[in-house]
Write a protein that binds this ligand. Structure first.
Ligand code: SF4
Ligand code: SF4
Length: 355
């Protein structure tokens, strides 16, 4: 018997009909595949940790495919921050510009010997495959990729608990209680093969804005906690950085993502792909291309821009601006010089291209 796999479809936060249609076409296509359980949830990023939707996702065991409008990296680490952990599953349906192998995705792309938080972090022994709906407008592309992943995982492993209970347990999401204001539809299996199950979780929690940390890049340097003056960051019992009060973050502010020396902080709904979690070549460049193309503050370093953005939020909150005097380490002055050198090199390269 083929091993079951769960597919989570994370809906767009907008009600764009084209996006809804693509989501629904993918779900409809997967209904005819045996051994695939589909859970439809609102935008993953917006789901509150204690909500029925997140509880349903936390109950899913085994390998998971997540189909969302988020960049792969962003989707993976949003799940991780909600205790839905696993190793990065290799996805072949990618943006043509992305050429990153699995190891690179887990290690953050840097071949260096720095200690990363992920090295000391227990992960569940399973794979999480994140598919980015922005890559194609054809439902078949996603259905084929899910089928390929399902094939790749097609070795049935029956656990001791399954044997004792006399069979493989039903998808946990189908057994979730209904919380106030949330709805979990029962499995819609009427007339279909019993092995096709769809659960739909509906919640109306509204849009959120908070940073997401990529622990495969994070070195636990604590610069973000020093920089943020809104109490968003904290540390856990073993002094590892975490986003402790996500909803304290100022809507639209991406400031700390610019001061993180490892590019480990993402704002998945930011319009700039590099800040939203893109892993392609441009995003992983160490310099901020916004300095080249329509810089918000021309000629300024990423740290200076971040300080301006932070001041804007401090003033909006009725507090005093602090400029570069708080939470911006001196080493950024050197880094800033380095960035300017890198920028000069890039400009030279663009000139050489004669475009
Ligand atoms: S600044 Fe970046 S690397 Fe340093 S602790 Fe924060 S997220 Fe991690
Ligand atoms: S974006 Fe601004 S408010 Fe939000 S965590 Fe970063 S520094 Fe703090």
């Amino acid at each position: 018997m083929a091993k079951r796999i769960s597919v989570v479809v994370s809906q767009s936060p907008s009600k764009n009909p084209a996006k809804r249609k693509l989501e629904e076409d993918i779900v409809a296509g997967l209904l005819f595949e045996n051994g695939i359980d589909v859970t439809i949830v609102p935008n993953l990023y917006d789901i509150k940790p204690e909500s029925t939707g997140m509880l349903a996702l936390q109950q899913i065991g085994g390998n998971v495919v997540v189909v969302s409008w988020l960049f792969e990296r962003a989707a993976h680490w949003i799940l991780d921050r909600n205790s839905i952990t696993g190793h990065v599953g290799q996805v072949l349906l990618k943006n043509e510009d992305e050429d990153e192998d699995e190891d690179d995705a887990e290690r953050g792309g840097d071949e260096d010997d720095k200690d990363r938080v992920i090295d000391s972090r227990p992960l569940k022994n399973r794979k999480i495959y994140c598919l980015d709906l922005k890559i194609s407008n054809r439902a078949e592309d996603f259905i084929e990729e899910v089928k390929r992943i399902h094939q790749e995982n097609a070795v049935q492993v029956v656990g001791l608990g399954d044997i004792i209970n006399g069979g493989v347990s039903k998808p946990a999401a189908a057994q979730m209680p209904t919380a106030l204001g949330d709805t979990v539809s029962p499995p819609d299996d009427g007339g279909l093969d019993q092995s096709s199950v769809v659960n739909r979780v509906e919640e109306s929690g509204g849009r959120r804005w908070y940073p997401v940390i990529d622990y495969s890049r994070c070195t636990n340097c604590m610069e973000c906690i020093d920089f943020c003056l809104f109490g968003v960051y904290g540390v856990d019992a073993v002094d590892t950085i975490l986003v402790e009060q996500p909803d304290n973050c100022r809507k639209g502010c991406p400031a700390c993502s610019r001061v993180c020396p490892e590019n480990a902080i993402m704002f998945p709904q930011h319009k700039t792909p590099a800040i939203a979690g893109s892993s392609d070549g441009v995003a992983s460049m160490k310099i901020d291309l916004s300095q080249l193309f329509g810089a918000p503050a021309e000629g300024k370093s990423a740290e200076e821009i971040a300080a301006l953005e932070r001041d804007e939020q401090l003033i909006a909150a009725g507090r005093e601006a602090v400029g570069m005097t708080v939470g911006v380490p001196r080493r950024h002055e050197e880094k800033s010089e380095q960035s300017k050198d890198d920028l000069d090199d890039l400009v030279d390269q663009l000139n050489d291209l004669d475009i």
